[in-house]
Ligand binder design. Sequence first.
Ligand SMILES: [Fe+2]
Ligand SMILES: [Fe+2]
Length: 186
Amino acid sequence: MALSLNDIRTLFEQHGSLAYSGEPVTQLEHALQSAALAEDEGASDELVAAAFLHDLGHLLNRFGDTPSERGIDDLHQYFALPFLRPVLPEAVLEPIRLHVDAKRCLCAIDDTYFGLLSADSVRSLELQGGIFSRQEAETFLSKPYAEDALRVRRWDDLAKEANRATPDLDHYLSVVERVMETHATA
Ligand SMILES: [Fe+2]
Ligand SMILES: [Fe+2]
């Protein structure tokens, strides 16, 4: 089964007001802020779409609380992929798939990064497998789209600010639509 653009809109419209667990933003605000940070840096449409959709798994699989507080790794980075794979390219899917491992990597290679993480991100880090070893970080960095995943991760971490103004849902759905159209004709 594939998610259409309209399905994605419906997910955000019906469930986007859910709190982003442990943070002062909703799921929709988190997605919009992530995408806006990507766009502000001049990222490609594919990477803006990845930033926008990186937590779509949370909307598909709604625990309704803060999974990390119950000691659960919700594996949300994987949930949306089977539904997006028919309609979006690897350049969108891989940064989404890798955005949790990107946190584990950044903790290993950037001394200042851990201090930037929110309390919930630190709590979930252990559940997600903890900080990478040097070797694990190198293996991660050798993967296709690893650098894009690190960029998405840094926007993700910053996209937790209450009441930040961003472009709206329609704006980022139109970016996703462009990427879908390009992918369909490729
Ligand atoms: Fe996430
Ligand atoms: Fe996120």
